[in-house]
Design a protein around this ligand. Structure first.
Ligand code: HPA
Length: 270
């Protein structure tokens, strides 16, 4: 990828849907959040030059702009995962294009397995920090200094200020919200019970297959990031039942209205 590739993508996307200072990446099951927005414009990922295309079920593959509470927001409906075989550099590509489209605040959402035994399926968790057990990074390779430094500081990967806004939003709604550490695993297999015991010992509260490469690219490009997980299932071995993608999507659907309400309020505060 060259800087020019990012600029080409920006030019095409901006021409069709315009820019914004806020962006939201929708995780599994949240794909239709954009339905509630006004003055919606959209472009398919495949119509944006160099843009990777998502193949995971529940991820539609459109970049949408719309207005909510008087604010213009860009929405990525459909994200790309490492397990799809998409090179990590390409996974960071959309985040960098968002940066060039004017984004200053990014909200990353995902479906995740609950590792903390006090969590329940349907809980929402503000991500306070992450553990990267894949050993991989989308920033591997020559540094693109026009976006950011070679060695980005990750001591506040998820913005304290945005987390505060999310906590206040939850409080206003009387919505109980969890907080915790998200562990990035490469998938596509769900984890083994032994892996889950290990990551609990390491300090993780939730586990999933996304979000961390996105936040790495965002922080590198000085975008403030908020991460919210929907705990769709208890992680492997915690209950005497298998984990299915069906269950992940169903629980995602069930909490959709509180999840959307929370996103709406956070967007209002930005
Ligand atoms: N593990 C990994 N990713 C997930 C899970 C899980 O249990 N649930 C939803 N995404």
């Amino acid at each position: 990828m060259t800087y020019q590739d990012y600029e080409e993508a920006r030019d095409v996307a901006m021409k069709q849907i315009g820019g914004a200072e806020i962006a939201v990446v929708l995780g599994s099951g949240l794909g239709d959040y954009a339905e509630e927005f006004e003055d919606v414009r959209e472009i398919k990922y495949r119509d944006i030059p160099h843009f990777p295309v998502s193949t995971a079920p529940g991820h539609s593959g459109k970049l949408i702009s719309g207005t909510k509470a008087g604010k213009r927001v860009l929405i990525m409906s459909g994200r790309m995962h490492m397990y799809e075989g998409i090179p990590l550099e390409q996974i960071a590509f959309p985040i960098r294009v968002l940066k060039l489209m004017g984004v200053k605040n990014l909200i990353l959402t995902n479906a995740a397995g609950g590792v903390n035994a006090s969590f329940r399926p349907g809980d929402l968790m503000l991500i306070t920090d992450y553990i990267n057990l894949t050993g991989r990074s989308p920033l591997t390779g020559p540094n693109e200094a026009l976006f950011g430094p070679r060695f980005p500081d990750m001591s506040q990967a998820f913005s304290k200020e945005l987390r505060q806004a999310a906590l206040e939003s939850a409080q206003e709604m009387n919505l109980e919200i969890r907080q915790g550490v998200y562990c990035w695993m490469s998938g596509p297999c769900y984890e083994t019970p032994a892996e889950i015991r290990m990551i609990r010992l390491l300090g993780a509260d939730a586990v999933g297959m996304s979000t961390v490469p996105d936040v790495m690219a965002a922080v590198h490009a000085s975008i403030k990031t908020l991460g919210i997980s929907c705990i769709t299932n208890m992680a492997a071995g915690m209950l005497d039942q298998p984990i299915t993608h069906q269950e992940v999507l169903e629980v995602g659907k069930k909490v959709q209205s509180s999840f959307r309400g929370l996103l709406d309020r956070v967007i209002e505060k930005l």
